[in-house]
Every structure is written in C-alpha cells, then in structure tokens.
Design a protein around this ligand. Structure first.
Ligand code: ADP
Length: 245
C-alpha cells in the first residue's frame, strides 16, 4: 500500500477471556477498496476480532490503521480515527427522524451550541450525500422507529458515513433481511466500498459469494484460509469445517 492509501493491518492479534483463547495470533491485511468477509463457524472469533479492532475488548498484538496503532486506545479514540462499526441489532434513535439521526451522528464531538445554532432547513452536504448513498432521501423526515428492518441497517451505515469512517466493520448486516433487502445492501456496500475498507461478518454464504472481494475464514480463533471466494471455497480445510468434522 502507498503512503497515502488507507489500510488496516492486524498482526499477532490475540484475545483471552479468563484464560480462554477466543482469538489466537490473527494476522489480517485490509486495503482500501476491500470488501472483506469474515466467515467461520459459531464461536470462531469473528465478532471478537471486530470488538478488538474497535477497542471493546482488550487485545494483545498490533492493529494499525494507516500506521497508527489502535491497541491500547479507547473506543471513542478509535472511532475518531475513522473506524466505525454496526452491531447485529441496529442502534438508531427510534423517536428521531432519519435526518436527525444522521445529524446527531455527524455532530458527535461538536458542541451542542453549534448543533442548536444550525437552521434545521439546511442539510449539510455530507449528510445529503449519505442520505443519497443509503437511498433514504424520501424517508428523511420519517421516524427511524417505523423504518423497515433493512432501512434501519442502512441508516446505521449512513451514520458511520457521516462520521467519516474509512474502515467499516459490519456485524451480520443482512441477518433477518428479505432477498431484495440483501441485494440492496450488497449494492450499498459496493457503492461505499471504493475509497473505504469494509469488513463484513456474515453467515449468509450466498451473500458472501455475490459481494465479497476477499474472504478470511476463521476457525477456533485462528485464520484457516484467506483469498478470493473461489480460492477459499476450493480449500479442503474450509470444506472440512463447513461440511462437518
Ligand atoms: P463468532 O463471532 O465467530 O461466533 P465470537 O467472537 O462471538 O465468535 O466468540 C468466540 C469465542 O469467545 C466463543 O467461544 C465465545 O463463547 C467466546 N466469548 C466471546 N465473548 C466472550 C466474553 N465476553 N466472555 C467469555 N467468552 C467470550
């Protein structure tokens, strides 16, 4: 990677819970434009890895974003460095409109005074752009609580975009979605992928096949295989894990 391109480099990442090794010595290199899927059986350590990257669990080893070490930093510091995540259950402000949710996300770190002074009719460019990217322009004044399941997930992604996240970690973004919503989510990930790095923890193999640019397969807290969809599918170790042992 060139000096000016964004990347995430994970080296020797380990996480222990009371002596239990949930993640052991994991290396990952993610480049700008990657739409990387993390797959593996339940308990493989996928969520723990994104928890470690975002500072939610204590880890050893190194996680660098464009050369800046994240291990040891606090959750809000890591977020401010442009690493954003979603959870399996979308966390949006249900009472507030789509626009207000985006506004609050964009305002994180700004003073309340600055927020209050803004005229509510003017939509700042980054928010207008995010609204268009997530396809919710027509629903901008709708309370987030009445959005469809898929739309809530897209709003959450929009909230990361207005926070200028350049690394997005998405935990099972299409769980519970209809077929159409999955397609739309995949297209959304492609749209936002270009200048960013997107990591998707996912169980849906059809979704992975359709949209992953690369795949890391985890098993028992370790990297079992890595490569293109075709490469990991052809890997006998991966087939063994998925077809039963
Ligand atoms: P995955 O996301 O691949 O399903 P997880 O990262 O959630 O796997 O979990 C990896 C392992 O770590 C599992 O055995 C899980 O039970 C364990 N684990 C996860 N979080 C904790 C925790 N907070 N305390 C103890 N064990 C945990």
């Amino acid at each position: 990677a060139g000096m000016d391109s964004d990347y995430l480099q994970v080296r020797g990442l380990s996480v222990e819970f009371d002596g239990f090794k949930a993640v052991t010595d994991v290396d990952l290199t993610l480049l700008q434009g990657d739409l990387r899927f993390l797959i593996g059986p339940n308990g493989a350590g996928k969520t723990t890895i994104i928890d470690a990257i975002t500072g939610l669990v204590k880890a050893t080893g190194s996680i660098q974003k464009s050369g800046v070490e994240l291990v040891g930093k606090k959750v809000h510091q890591i977020a401010r460095l442009g690493v954003g995540r979603t959870f399996q259950t979308a966390s949006v402000f249900e009472e507030l409109s789509v626009l207000q949710n985006l506004d609050i996300a964009a305002g994180a770190g700004r003073s309340v005074w600055t927020m209050l002074r803004r005229r509510p009719t003017e939509i700042p460019e980054p928010i207008a752009e995010a609204l268009e990217t997530i396809g919710l322009q027509d629903l901008r004044d709708t309370p987030a609580g009445v959005l469809a399941h898929g739309q809530k997930q897209w709003l959450e992604i929009g909230m990361l975009l207005v926070q200028n996240a350049s690394v997005l970690l998405l935990d099972e973004p299409v769980a519970g979605m209809s077929h159409e919503e999955r397609e739309e989510t995949g297209n959304l990930l492609r749209r936002i992928g270009g200048e960013r790095t997107v990591v998707v923890v996912e169980h849906d193999m059809d979704f992975m096949r359709a949209f992953a640019t690369s795949v890391t397969v985890l098993a028992r807290g370790q990297v079992l295989a890595e490569g293109s969809v075709a490469e990991v599918q052809a890997n006998p170790k991966v087939q063994e894990v998925y077809l039963g042992t």
